[in-house]
Design a protein around this ligand. Structure first.
Ligand SMILES: [Zn+2]
Length: 662
């Protein structure tokens, strides 16, 4: 019996490692966005040659052809992509075409033809270019279709499992890293399916998880799209969706633990930062040549060199010429992959508020960071609740007050600080959710639901509102009235202006014109954002639209409505800096803009006794900047070391750990 089993296992390994069979292979994958089923990918792999699968010489077909249709509807918008990949029997690509959309705002139009040792490549409507191919290569353009990644894995298996595999289209090629992560059994009732799990890094930014069955067919894949988790599962394995999410999550947390081990803090415990200009984040003037004494994760003292002597035996870190500011906050993020953790610390962000995520992933990541097994910013969680229906978002819905209570309770029990209301929650349920959340000591943020205005949402009990949902011009009676309501209720606004700018800039304006960070992002992100921007609008009109928003931000701030910096992701890390810069463009002083990303959010989350400024007794969350942002707000981009709970991290090493340039 034992022998038979191992022979069977050996047989399946061989089958997996063999060239394509000359028969038709079909697959259907159910697509999900944050676990909600939204569509299908259907694919077929056929012998490419005559119909018998034999070439003229009588040998087996020497080529295969993959055709794939990728099709989903997310919140009312249809997304479709068609792809064809022709390859030799050993899966070496011959040609590749993909056309359509892979996500709501991501257009794909790629064409690759291999000619000898070159490839003629056209991507995103750009002109054709000729790329010299390395001996080993593959053709893939983003996560969709997943079946192309299935053939990528088969190619990798058959070609000695190289550490790095070059792919086209790229810039001019792209580096993809693949790792086999082990075999496992997926259980659905009595049925056990044995799969092999892989991590793929570089097709998109960050690691994806794919599972192949014993015949090398794709069983499941988990990636990210438009910022959130995207899952593909073969139809018969659909009941195991959460098992797949959990296994992928464990893999990724263990990857972050590896990154943590090779990026140990440069300093921790007791030490003194000496010589920097301290911008403590209060309204007090900066302190030149200051000392910050750190003891066991907290600020033991801070002030001028004369006022704060360094006790004997305490090691010092010379930071003269640099500027110390409080650790930054991003109040609107979706930390959907572990790569965000190093990115945030690298950009000086020590606390983030997550605004909706995969429950299984974000709670484990939060716990790993809180226990210091993994590096990353402090994670505060808002749990997303939407109304039901085909246009709903996520998997937690509420249509009745009972369901609302249940959803709030689930998030509360898992340690979430907030509830995030989404667009389809009905007005009466807004009140029910707010009442239950407040009863449990939580606060409520989110979108202004459909059919409500921002002041109605605030009056119904929402403590905070995401995005700048105010129509009209600053200074108008109506806008003044709305701002009056928000001021009276102390409603906190995260206006996500950097996100509006990123999506709303004229398509003809390069992102680098307003966001220099784009030059430092890894190639897959670059290709993603090269599509961002609004068509049919010129640069002046796009700027005018942005400026209308900035005038409202200024009016809110002047009225005393708390404005907190949030990005909705954007260009990882760099968008936080852009958000702060935009507040200065709106007319806030550099210190006020910095406070919108430090003490104001700390107050909004009722954590200002612990966080938000560089003051005695608070947690030692600080950023050592190479230059002073009060002199020039763009200096907020110059983080050299980031300190969280007293642990000092080298930002350059952290950027590199996730394939960004420092
Ligand atoms: Zn968001």
């Amino acid at each position: 019996m034992r022998i038979a089993l191992s022979l069977a296992a050996l047989g399946s390994l061989l089958a997996f490692g063999q060239p394509a069979p000359a028969s038709i292979e079909r697959g259907t994958l159910r697509l999900h966005y944050v676990q909600k089923p939204i569509g299908y990918e259907r694919y077929e792999v056929t012998p490419d040659g005559d119909l018998s699968g034999r070439s003229a010489s009588g040998a087996k077909a020497d080529a295969v052809k993959l055709t794939a249709d990728f099709d989903f509807t997310d919140r009312g918008g249809r997304v479709q992509l068609a792809a064809t990949l022709r390859a030799k029997a050993d899966f070496t690509p011959i040609s590749f075409q993909a056309k359509g959309k892979s996500y709501r705002f991501v257009n794909v139009d790629s064409d690759v033809r291999v000619e000898g040792s070159d490839a003629v490549v056209r991507a995103d409507g750009a002109v054709e270019s000729r790329v010299t191919l390395p001996a080993q290569f593959f053709t893939v353009d983003g996560y969709a279709p997943f079946s192309a990644q299935m053939l990528l894995l088969r190619y990798w298996k058959l070609h000695g499992q190289p550490r790095v595999l070059r792919t086209v289209p790229g810039q001019p090629t792209n580096d993809v890293f693949i790792e086999a992560r082990g075999r496992e059994a997926i259980r659905i009732g009595e049925k056990v399916t044995t799969l092999e799990r892989f991590a793929i890094d570089g097709v998109v930014w960050g690691r994806e998880t794919l599972w192949l069955d014993e015949r090398g067919s794709l069983a499941a894949a988990i990636t990210r799209a438009g910022g959130l988790s995207f899952e593909a599962v073969r139809e018969d394995l659909e009941p195991a969706l959460v098992q797949f999410v959990q296994r992928a999550t464990r893999d990724r947390i263990s990857d972050l633990e590896s990154i943590t081990r090779v990026n140990a803090p440069l300093k921790s415990g007791t030490y003194a930062m000496v010589g920097a200009t301290i911008v403590d984040g209060t309204n007090r003037p900066p302190v030149a040549d200051g000392v910050v004494l750190v003891r066991d994760g907290r600020i033991a003292d801070a002030g001028s060199r004369a006022a704060v002597p360094v006790p004997d035996g305490v090691p010092t870190v010379d930071v003269s010429g640099k500027t110390l500011v409080p650790g930054l906050w991003d109040m609107h993020t979706h930390v959907t992959q572990i790569e965000w953790a190093p990115v945030y610390l690298a950009s000086g962000v020590t606390t983030v508020r997550d605004m909706g995520n995969e429950f299984e992933f974000i709670t484990l990541l939060r716990d790993a960071i809180a226990s210091k097994r993994a590096l990353g910013p402090r994670l505060l969680l808002a749990g997303l609740v939407d109304g039901p229906g085909p246009n709903a978002f996520g998997v937690y819905y509420a249509a009745t007050p009972d369901e609302a209570k249940q959803a709030v309770g689930k998030y509360h029990d898992a340690g979430f600080q907030q509830i995030k209301i989404y667009s389809l929650i009905t007005p009466p349920l807004v009140e029910a959710i707010c009442a239950e959340a407040h009863r449990l000591g939580m606060t409520v943020t989110g979108h202004v639901p459909n059919g409500m205005t921002i002041d109605q949402a605030a009056t119904a009990g929402m403590d905070q509102i995401a995005h700048l949902a105010i129509r009209g011009e600053a200074g108008s009676d109506e806008v003044n009235r709305v701002i009056g309501v928000l001021r009276a209720r102390k409603t906190v606004i995260d206006p996500t202006q950097s996100w509006n700018e990123l999506l709303g800039h004229a398509a003809g304006t390069p992102i680098a014109a307003f966001q220099p960070g784009v030059a430092k992002i890894p190639p897959p992100l670059n290709r993603l954002f090269s599509n961002a921007g609004a068509a049919g609008i010129d640069a002046a009109a796009a700027r005018a639209r942005l400026e209308r928003g900035l005038r409202i931000v200024k009016a809110l701030h002047d009225a005393g409505v708390p404005v907190v910096a949030g990005t909705d992701e954007g260009i990882p890390g760099h968008s936080v800096h852009r958000e702060i810069e935009l507040y200065v463009e709106a007319g806030l002083t550099p210190l006020q803009a910095l406070q919108a990303a430090t003490i104001v959010p700390a107050r909004a989350m009722k954590l200002d006794a612990e966080l938000g400024t560089i003051e005695k007794g608070k947690r030692a969350d600080m950023v050592v900047l190479n230059a002073n942002p009060l002199e020039r707000i763009q200096n907020i981009r110059s983080a050299r070391w980031t300190i969280i709970d007293g642990r000092v991290y080298d930002t350059q090493a952290l950027w590199r750990s996730v394939r960004f340039q420092p």
